[in-house]
Structures are given as C-alpha cells and as structure tokens.
Design a protein around this ligand. Structure first.
Ligand SMILES: N[C@@H](CCC(=O)N[C@@H](CS)C(=O)NCC(=O)O)C(=O)O
Length: 213
C-alpha cells in the first residue's frame, strides 16, 4: 500500500495507526505549498481534491481511499484484535464514529482557516471559541484520570486528536486544559507516534534533497 502524507497534517494519524498495527506502507510526501510529490507523480491525479491522506490499496484497481477517518477505520477494522476500533454494529462503534466525526469537523477542519490566516477578526474569535469549546469537552472527558479518550485502550480517535493538535499554529491557547495536555504527552511517548514523526521527517528531507539536486 502507498500512503500519501504531508508535513504535520492529519496524515500523521494514519501513519500512527499503521505503526500501531506493525504495518509499513510506502510513504509518499506531498508538498502542499510546492505541489510536488516525492515520487514525482502529479498529485492532482492522485487526489483531484488536493489533500492528504490518500491510501492507495494493493488491489487490482489500485483504488485510492481518502478521508482520514475512513482510512484509519478501514485499517483498524482489518485487525479487530488491535482494539484500535470497536466492532461494527455495536454501540461502542457508534460512540467512536461520533467522536471521530467530532474531531474531524469541530477540531481538524476548524483549525485550517485559522492556521492559514484566512479569517476576519470576527471569524478568528468565533472559530477560536469553537476550538476552545471542543478541546474543553475532550479535557472534561479525561478528567476521571483515564489514559485515553475511551478508557485505557489507545484508539484511532487518540491518534487523530494527537495529529491535529495544531493549536500553536492556530494561536489557540490550551495550556489551562491540563488533562488534555497530559494526555497528549502520553500519546507522544508511544513508539508508534515517535516512528510516525521520524519517518515523516526523513521522507521530507529526502524529498527536499531531490528537489535541490
Ligand atoms: N476531508 C479530509 C480533509 C483532509 C485535509 O484537510 N488535509 C489537509 C492536511 S490535514 C491537506 O492536505 N490540505 C492541503 C490542501 O488543502 O491544499 C479528511 O478528513 O481527511
């Protein structure tokens, strides 16, 4: 399988899930601003919507899958014993899907226009408040001392929240949310997450070297 990633983006969530499962897809870097890819493929043909992550499957059609939640859930579902996703058809699964949708819409997609400085002053205030409310909800959930969002088991939701902790780039102050910050530090200590960051950094430096040559 090939996984298209970009620097410090939601593709890190999928990398972390792959690493949790002990799988190693071929990683391809897409430079979001320069528009090049580390395998010299035109990314517009990979995903006409121009975003990562994109997972290219090994099936006959080399089908390409997009959407962070869908890719991460698909991978986890192949390995039900990993505990990364509850089984389909259960109430636990519905709660997990609810959480993932919340992270995608109330956190990840709220950060993007803020990070890119695309908003009016009113828009910044509105969206910052939305993010603070969303992160406070996660912080409250962690207040009972649980290690991860759904309990003691690391799941796809934890990988996704970690990968979208873009508050510094968005200018959203979260230091007061101490449960959240302790939880993020716990995730950052996981080998799967360390490996995701290392692989990403190495691939980006190779891609830059290719471009400079
Ligand atoms: N709906 C997609 C959105 C993915 C997305 O926003 N990707 C960002 C990085 S986190 C990206 O590649 N942006 C590049 C661009 O839009 O030009 C998902 O949930 O996976």
């Amino acid at each position: 399988m090939k996984l298209y990633i970009a620097q410090a983006t939601c593709s890190l969530a999928v990398q972390a899930v792959f690493n949790e499962l002990g799988l190693s897809p071929e990683l391809i870097h897409y430079d979001v601003f320069g528009k090049s890819t580390s395998d010299n493929v035109d990314f517009a043909n990979v995903n006409p919507l121009s975003y990562v992550p994109v997972l290219e499957l090994d099936n006959a059609d080399k089908e390409r899958m997009t959407e962070t939640i869908v890719i991460a859930s698909y991978l986890a579902d192949q390995y039900p014993d990993s505990g990364l996703m509850p089984a389909h058809g259960t109430l636990e699964r519905v709660r997990m899907d609810q959480l993932l949708t919340f992270v995608a819409t109330e956190i990840a997609q709220k950060h993007i226009p803020l990070m890119r400085k695309l908003m009016t002053e009113e828009g910044v205030a509105f969206t910052t408040n939305k993010l603070l409310t969303a992160y406070a909800a996660l912080d409250a959930r962690l207040a009972d001392g649980r290690a991860y969002l759904t309990g003691e088991q690391f799941t796809v939701a934890d990988a996704y929240v970690w990968a979208t902790m873009w508050h510094e780039r968005s200018g959203v102050k979260l230091d007061h949310l101490t449960n959240l910050m302790t939880y993020i530090a716990r995730i950052e200590a996981r080998p799967s997450v360390q490996k995701a960051l290392k692989d990403e950094a190495e691939l980006i430096s190779q891609h830059r070297a290719q471009l400079a040559a």
